[in-house]
Design a protein. Structure first.
Length: 395
């Protein structure tokens, strides 16, 4: 494993971190045995950073159980989790959520604690007004938090303001070859590094859109350029190519993914991409941008929908209809509706209540985008036809 140095204190961090938002599941629940195997392999391959969050359903509890079964594991990793800032309405909430995370994780020390999902300078000022700065100082003095940072999902202009708003130990940004000028972007990456902060990168594969979901046209561009048929490796290497990046987080849920990504991390040095690879990425970027109309990463923060609409799956189907053809998108849309399990909900069920909008880290106009899904994929009479068929089958 390649290691990079945290410039604030000299801590050695693996270039590849393990994102624990999408742990393997069985029957809708985190598969603890599979998770344990993944984490053991990851740590044995040199990965020494695990990233979870209070709001990642079941993730903290699963990690805590794995630590309890593997007493050596906790001290071999840097553990990161996150304060659910939108839920913090009073100073007492800071203590409550940190204690809950530590109880779930079975630890009294969080090595890298993040103020989760800051979307503007104002979102930090609100927390400051509740006394979070003094609270952080107390937790650090007590050893409950070792380092404090933030994850960012806001406009490019606000990111430097946040960097200077507090004496941060690190920051985490969304960054990939499709998002150079989105949210913090390249300018934010450079600005953070110039301030001496380690920068951790999330969504290097944009929720899979730069991996298995890569449009056929983009795949052809890479093939024509002589790039090996492994879009995941290329996308990760593109991020690591930037010397300002300290670590790349990957949400791995298969042993093969851990092995392949660890192999890539061992050789992904800064400034190592060839000119041919950089040119191929530029061409692929333009093709992908044409195919993906809704910038949804499938994080699920918008869920649950009060009307039962599977919002991320609707957007995945909509994007697939451009990337891979209308028929494939239509098939995905029917599956996304829940029709196959007898409880169908469609984009047309959206009542534009807006409950999802403020939760979306990509700032998507979700009701408006669901209307686009309906126009493209919901043929007239589809909901009534499927619901009638479901009733007949269930008799």
């Amino acid at each position: 494993m390649q290691f990079r140095t945290d410039p604030t204190d000299g801590n050695k961090l693996s270039a590849l971190g393990f994102g624990c938002m999408r742990l393997p599941t069985t029957a809708g629940k985190i598969d603890l045995a599979a998770t344990e195997k993944l984490l053991r392999l990851a740590v044995d391959r040199g990965i020494n950073y695990l990233d979870t969050a209070y709001i990642y359903h079941g993730s903290e509890q699963a990690l805590g159980e794995v630590f309890a079964r593997n007493l050596d594991l906790r001290e071999r990793v840097n553990l990161a989790t996150k304060l659910p800032t939108p839920r913090c309405e009073a100073a007492d909430d800071f203590d409550r959520y940190l204690q809950a995370s530590q109880t779930r994780l079975g630890t009294d020390r969080i090595d890298y604690y993040l103020v989760h999902n800051l979307t503007s300078a104002q979102s930090w000022r609100r927390l400051a007004s509740l006394g979070i700065e003094a609270w952080i100082a107390r937790q650090k003095a007590a050893g409950r938090i070792v380092r404090i940072g933030f994850s960012y999902h806001g406009p490019e202009a606000d990111f430097p303001v946040l960097l200077d708003a507090y004496d941060w130990d690190f920051c985490q940004i969304q960054y990939n070859y499709l998002n150079e000028h989105y949210q913090a972007g390249t300018a934010g990456l450079v600005a953070a590094a110039e301030r001496g902060l380690p920068v951790f990168v999330m969504e290097p594969l944009l929720g899979g859109k730069l991996a298995a979901e890569l449009p056929a046209d983009a795949q052809a561009i890479l093939a024509d350029a002589g790039i090996p048929a492994d879009p995941v490796r290329l996308a990760l290497r593109w991020v690591w190519d930037h010397p300002e990046v300290t670590m790349v987080l990957s949400g791995m849920n298969a042993l093969s993914q851990v092995s392949e990504n660890a192999d890539t991390a061992c050789e992904a040095l800064p400034n190592a991409l060839t000119s041919a690879e950089r040119q191929a990425v530029e061409l692929a970027r333009a093709s992908i941008a044409e195919s993906y109309k809704v910038p949804c990463t499938g994080c699920g923060y918008c869920m649950p929908c009060p009307k039962g609409v599977n919002i991320p799956s609707c957007f995945a189907a909509y994007n697939a209809s451009f990337a891979h053809g209308w028929y494939q998108g239509m098939q995905q849309y029917v599956t996304a509706s829940g029709a196959m399990v007898g409880d169908a909900h469609f984009a047309s069920d959206c009542v534009q209540c807006g409950a999802c909008v403020s939760k979306c880290p990509q700032h998507i106009d979700i009701p408006g985008s669901l209307a686009s899904v309906k126009r493209r994929l919901q043929v007239p009479g589809l909901p009534a036809f499927i619901r009638l068929g479901t009733r007949l089958i269930s008799r």
